[in-house]
Design a protein around this ligand. Structure first.
Ligand code: ZN
Length: 103
């Protein structure tokens, strides 16, 4: 992968993180400001917007929990298999064994 593609991916990931942080901040700010509104009843537009904000925050929370659980399981798996993984990945390489290939 070229450096330009890596840099582009990093910039896109940074922009995505900024969008996620902005969404969480705006949703929580909206909920804080409009919690005590004069409700119009069944089809209140403020309540609908608050419902969507809560739903977005809930989905972010679920995604973060899934990411944390995945990272935890991956690190636990890596610790369990790391001696074997290190043996396979490093000891078996030609560079690690210092094999000369200039015949
Ligand atoms: Zn309302």
């Amino acid at each position: 992968m070229s450096r330009r593609k890596i840099k582009t991916k990093r910039v896109m990931a940074f922009i995505l993180c900024l969008c996620m942080v902005a969404t969480v901040m705006f949703c929580s700010q909206y909920l804080a400001l409009h919690t005590s509104h004069s409700c119009l009843g069944l089809n209140c537009p403020e309540c609908v917007r608050m419902y969507h904000a809560v739903n977005a925050l809930r989905q972010f929370a679920i995604a973060l929990l899934a990411l944390a659980a995945t990272l935890h399981l991956f690190t636990a798996w890596r610790r369990q298999i790391s001696p074997l993984y290190g043996y396979i990945s490093f000891a078996a390489s030609l560079v690690r064994l210092k094999v000369k290939l200039n015949h």
